[in-house]
Ligand binder design. Structure first.
Ligand code: FE2
Length: 385
């Protein structure tokens, strides 16, 4: 009897009959602005998926959002990134995911299977009048989701509006589902159904056979990994450091072009610091994974890679940011906690988090308050910039 049961079970699995259509990762919020937000999620099998959203508390029928490209609605896929548009600023919305399994997709006949609907979730669009902004900064998780969760547990997540992952979330990107257990699933569990995270690339996200696919998992403003995030009175500039070693280093096998990329990014940055959006901000924070510290500051024992890409981060970005009124720059990469005061060639302070700490940043009329807490819950830095 037992053998027969096992045989039947095996036949069911072989026929796909027991595979239920489910949402298996997400939803996680990305790219939340005053008027838009993206919902990212995956389904267990190929399907046609969409998001329904409406103002929270509204009795109006929810609007259906899909992704369309070149006249075709995205379908027969498992990974979804659906952009909600025409939202009102500073407003709470509720949303849910809907997916219809696509059992067969013939040129003239589509066969749908299970239809599934998620619970309602909610989030708030950015308020352009906000005078305060609270966010968390975590770097160098290197795939350790347990450590990441522990770090967030020590922060008042109910206050946090955005989590900035300041690089090196993984060692390298080689498996399509690798980012979920590394940090995305934990983010969903902790906050990301209702608040966005911003994934800033470190030098490790650029490594591995799938590094060129990373953009499919995270939102990038204007299609770039660098960008300006404006939340009310606060401007946050995110920079993309690239690799730490010279482009010509043998480990990159001639496949990176970060020197030119940084030069173009520096040109973009010049435009940002001259923009009304940036200049009108009351507070300005810059985030980049690799810290721009110069040779005089570098302790050779702690920071041996001061060449190639690392040196360029200093040479390309610091001159543009000098005089721009940057309150503080937040970095990671070194796995050592460091604080560099402004100096002759760099007129802003740099906070470098180690790989076992997270910072809570509270921006208000009192300034930019950075409170860093380690995995054991000890406060290792408290400073107003
Ligand atoms: Fe790094």
């Amino acid at each position: 009897m037992k053998k027969l049961t096992l045989l039947l079970a095996a036949l069911f699995v072989a026929a796909g009959a027991t595979a239920q259509h489910t949402f298996n990762h997400g939803p996680y919020l990305q790219g939340v602005t005053e008027g838009e937000a993206s919902i990212y999620f995956t389904t267990s099998g190929r399907g046609f998926s969409w998001v329904e959203a409406r103002e929270k508390g509204s009795s109006a029928e929810a609007r259906r959002y899909v992704t369309t490209r070149h006249g075709l609605i995205e379908a027969y896929n498992t990974r979804n990134a659906i952009r909600l548009e025409d939202l009102r600023p500073g407003t709470e919305y509720e949303y849910r995911m809907v997916s219809k399994e696509m059992v067969d997709f013939q040129p003239y006949k589509v066969t749908y299977g299970d239809s599934i609907t998620s619970p309602w979730y909610s989030f708030r669009t950015v308020d352009p009048r906000a005078k305060e902004y609270t966010f968390a900064v975590v770097s160098d998780i290197h795939g350790d989701a347990e450590k990441y969760t522990t770090l967030l547990v020590h922060l008042p997540m109910e206050e946090v509006q955005t989590v900035f992952l300041n690089g090196d979330t993984v060692d390298y990107f080689v498996e399509p589902d690798q980012l979920y257990p590394a940090y995305i699933d934990a983010s969903v569990e902790m906050f990301a159904t209702g608040k966005p995270f911003v994934a800033i690339r470190g030098n490790h996200e650029t490594r591995g056979a799938l590094a060129r696919e990373y953009h499919n998992y995270v939102y990038r403003p204007n299609g770039e990994y660098y960008g300006l995030y404006k939340v009310g009175d606060t401007a946050v500039v995110v920079l993309d450091c690239g690799e730490d070693k010279p482009d010509s280093h043998p480990v990159y096998a001639g496949l990176v072009d970060f020197y030119d990329y940084r030069a173009r990014q520096a040109e973009w940055l010049k435009g940002v610091v001259e923009s009304d959006e940036f200049r009108s901000a009351g507070h300005r924070v810059v985030m980049i994974h690799i810290p721009p510290i110069d040779r005089a500051e570098a302790d050779e024992d702690r920071y041996r890679e001061l060449d190639g890409g690392t040196q360029q981060v200093y040479d390309f970005f610091v001159p543009v940011l000098n005089g721009a009124g940057v309150d503080v720059m937040m970095c990671g990469h070194t796995h050592r906690q460091m604080l560099f005061e402004p100096q002759e060639d760099r007129d802003f302070p740099v906070v470098v988090n180690d790989n076992r700490s997270a910072s809570l940043v509270r921006v208000s009329s009192a300034g930019v308050n950075v409170r860093t807490v380690d995995v054991d819950g000890n406060v290792t830095l408290e400073r107003v910039f």
